[in-house]
Design a protein around this ligand. Structure first.
Ligand SMILES: C[S@@+](CC[C@H](N)C(=O)[O-])C[C@H]1O[C@@H](n2cnc3c(N)ncnc32)[C@H](O)[C@@H]1O
Length: 218
């Protein structure tokens, strides 16, 4: 979990940018979208750029990502990596790697990944660089980008053929991809469920069990 001082600094930055945060813990707002993606696409191999106490364990949670066979997670903060490693324990599906900078360590050839999740770094410049590095590899899988309310990230992601932004919670998440647009209706249906969960049922993003129930409803 982020420290109180880090949360306050993050909140102050958002206030300065005129962005209204709609969840208690901004680091968790992507959880329902990621959980929903596991239901609209077959996700067996994930590249996570920026490890965390929320996203990394959720990818490894078999109730949420039942088909996950391999998670490669890149992190450039050694202390943070140790914290994440403690929370995940030893899981043979997880390849947690310490790199010098995530934004300069995006692997070549991303076609093995069904999903790439971008949530690295503490600066707009570095995460924008990460987005551009992923885009330049023309990945075949889905690319989910956290904090997409920030213009810098929308600009960096301009070259994708498609994008769908989930706005139920802020920080927001966009799902971007290259290729045909046939996924749009499924993402719209997922968006409606997430709006219902957030506004009507007032679920916290981290309420895994209740989200699982809602996402499985037809
Ligand atoms: C937004 S965080 C990543 C959050 C992660 N994807 C999750 O869902 O939990 C971005 C980066 O901030 C850095 N960081 C350092 N200390 C942190 C902390 N206490 N909580 C979260 N991120 C931290 C790490 O380098 C991390 O990759």
């Amino acid at each position: 979990m982020p420290s109180v001082s880090r949360r306050m600094a993050s909140k102050a930055r958002r206030t300065a940018l005129g962005i209204r945060q709609t969840v208690d813990d901004p680091y968790s707002s992507h959880l329902p979208v990621l959980a929903g993606l596991a239901r609209v696409a077959h996700i067996s191999s994930v590249l996570e750029l920026g490890s965390g106490a929320f996203s990394t364990p959720q990818f490894l949670d078999r109730r949420v990502f039942p088909a996950l066979a391999a998670l490669t997670s890149l992190e450039d903060d050694a202390d943070w990596l140790s914290t994440v490693a403690e929370s995940t324990g030893s899981d043979p599906r997880l390849d947690l790697r310490l790199v010098q900078k995530v934004c300069t360590s995006v692997p070549n050839g991303l076609d093995q990944f069904d999903l790439i999740f971008i949530d690295d770094s503490r600066t707009f410049a570095e995460r924008s660089q990460t987005i551009r590095a992923v885009l330049s590899e023309k990945p075949r899988g889905l690319v989910a980008i956290h904090d997409f309310e920030h213009r810098a990230y929308r600009k960096a992601a301009k070259g994708f053929d498609h994008r769908f932004t989930f706005k139920a919670y802020t920080p927001q998440v966009a799902v971007c991809w290259i290729g045909d647009g046939s996924l749009h209706p499924k993402l719209s249906a997922l968006h409606s469920k997430i709006v219902r969960g957030s506004q009507e049922l007032k679920l916290a993003p981290s309420d895994t069990d209740r989200w699982a129930q809602l996402l499985s409803d037809d």
